[in-house]
Design a protein around this ligand. Structure first.
Ligand code: CUA
Length: 181
């Protein structure tokens, strides 16, 4: 009963079992190692992205993406009607996520650096770039910006990996990387 003090007043002052000290120490050291790996791997590993995020609206983001498409479309993808856009190296490039596509298709230059902006027009979508291990969540109302420097040429597929409804499995996109040297 809590209204009486414990019979043994200093129950917590008992000597701690050796094995317990050992395990608590191991867990503590491991927690510190994992904690330090977050900044270390961000700097020295190639996987953790440094993202920036800004508030936006679907309308404002779509306007920027459409302006880029209007200016730099080089061709149409097959007869799908999807524009393939090749902005100059170093430009800000935009991709729209919406039910159920990534739009437009980008054509980037190998070894050149771009600012890639992503946002959604409706729900949460995923931006998973294959075969590179890049994987981010994309939300409406937020503009996600990453600085990317493509290092391999070819066709890179984008897969939506956040369930976004009946057409989720068909939600794909594409980035071409070409070597203009
Ligand atoms: Cu978009 Cu799943």
């Amino acid at each position: 009963m809590a209204i009486f003090p414990p019979a043994e007043r200093h129950w917590w002052k008992e000597p701690v079992e050796k094995s317990e000290v050992l395990w608590v120490s191991i867990a503590f050291i491991w927690a510190i190692v994992m904690f330090l790996m977050m900044p270390i791997w961000h700097i020295y590993g190639d996987q953790n992205l440094a993202n920036e995020a800004y508030r936006t609206t679907p309308e404002a983001f779509a306007a920027k993406a459409e302006a880029m498409v209007e200016k730099y479309t080089v061709r149409e993808e097959g007869n799908t009607g999807i524009p393939v856009v090749a902005p100059p190296a170093g430009e800000d490039v935009y991709m729209i996520a919406r039910l159920w596509e990534w739009w437009p298709i980008l054509e980037l230059e190998k070894g050149k650096t771009y600012r890639l902006h992503l946002s959604s027009m409706d729900w949460q979508h995923g931006f998973s770039l294959q075969p590179t291990n890049i994987n981010v969540q994309v939300h409406p109302g937020y503009e996600l910006v990453m600085t990317v420097t493509p290092n391999s040429t070819g066709e890179h597929a984008i897969v939506c990996n956040e369930f976004c409804g009946i057409g989720h499995h068909t939600m794909l996109g594409r980035i071409y990387v070409v070597d203009k040297k």
